[in-house]
Design a protein around this ligand. Sequence first.
Ligand SMILES: [Zn+2]
Ligand SMILES: [Zn+2]
Ligand SMILES: [Zn+2]
Length: 145
Amino acid sequence: VKYDGGMKKDRRTLLKSLRLKATPARLAMLDVFALSSKPINAEHISERLKGLKVDHVTVYRTLASFEEKGIIKQVDLRKGSVYYELQEGEHHHHHLVCTDCGKVEDFDACEVGAALPGILKKSSFKAVDSHSLELFGLCRKCFAS
Ligand SMILES: [Zn+2]
Ligand SMILES: [Zn+2]
Ligand SMILES: [Zn+2]
């Protein structure tokens, strides 16, 4: 993650640079994202913000504005609700997802960039600016049981 949640000044600078007011809900949600090593959903965020009296509508609205501004992106974990994580900046990675227990793990060995020129050449596309890649299967524990 490029945004360091440990630095309170950064959160305000980030919001300001995107013309978003630094409300307590936005600051707190940035923190929740910065402290999460896995993609999270609205429910998870509401749970973490319990003490702050942030209602669900605010959480959803804030998620929408963060996504629109490119702070976070959706990750499709096939879990029936929308998951998000911080835009990665330098740390490009993908996910392994266990379809049995739901475990999510990152991996950063990505060959897509290297394969892209060939992929584009064989397609009708001129440019690709991002990609998502999630792998679904069984973790070792679930495979063994
Ligand atoms: Zn991730
Ligand atoms: Zn599993
Ligand atoms: Zn990749």
